[in-house]
Design a binder for this molecule. Sequence first.
Ligand code: FES
Length: 376
Amino acid sequence: MSDQENKDYTEAELAEMSRDEKMRLGLALDDVELVEYRDNWPVKGTRAERRAERNVAAWFALAGLSALAFIAVFIFWPWGYQPPSDPTAHFIYSLYNPLIGFFLGLSILAVGIGVVQYQKKFIPHEVAVQQRHDGHGSSEVDRQTTAAILADAGERSGIARRKMITRSAGFGLGAFGLGAGVFALGGMVRNPWSEEGQASLLHTGWMPEHPGEKVYLRRDTGNPHDVSLLRPEDIDAGGFETVFPFRESWRHNEEELITSMRKGDAPVMLIRLRPGSKPVKRKGQENFNYGDYYAYSKICTHLGCPTSLFEQQTGRLLCPCHQSQFDVVNTYAKPVFGPATRALPQLPITVDEDGYFVAKGDFIEPVGPAYWERKS
Ligand code: FES
């Protein structure tokens, strides 16, 4: 290093130096030698340079348009399930996931290509060699020379005078950021407390809509118009059936007949234990069963898969997703194996005067996986 580079600079001396001088001083202090420097566009404003600018701007514009399309699809596309019996509606519904994936992916890809293209076309090519040496803190000289180097790099890249690229990049990255925000916040927009004045997270289709209303246990025959209600004699000892809620007011309501069996918290496993089983009952739920018949939510308390298997020898319900096992006989459907940590909620049931199973009320605790107010 020369004496000039070694000297201590006062703030007044630094203030008098141009940015170019500070940049050169910074390189010298860091022992950096520029051995090659090539400006991609030594002659400014050529047609080729403008074409390259348009190319980069087009990628950022595409990123912005894709991000806006993603937001529009995410918010407005009809995402609710439509059965194959209505081919047009089913086709439109089935496009929801592919479309949000396509537009989000295209937006990310276009941002990436735009950045790479800009770097390749407009950042000057340079080769620098730096000698290794001990760092010497962050003095005022270091701070100012580093700022000068960064500002110089920004200017040499030409970003300040390439308005088309800065605007398109602002649009593309801004829309992309907006899309990421919508993606994160979208799920919180719906107010679960506003639905018909009731908290939809705290009740299920098993809750009577007015006092005295019967909610029957119905099996799924594959035809939503075929209402098949269950009686005790319909299930053999050691057997089980998946059941859904049904109320008479739905009998001629096509929409309810279909949607009542699609609700995520509706499926229940109605189990008939083998004679002689002596199940341990949960405190406060001693009268939730009807004889040997026990009804438990089918929704696994781990991640919400259907606990579709019942092993009659052991009296365990099995979840096929991650192998959680719930012991119906000895621990009122508490998990005894696997990742689930909470018992399956039990539905209180009885048999009405006509001999059909009915629910005595809704679940007394939330159904499904992790829930922020659940205590058990
Ligand atoms: S969802 Fe049932 S064990 Fe994971």
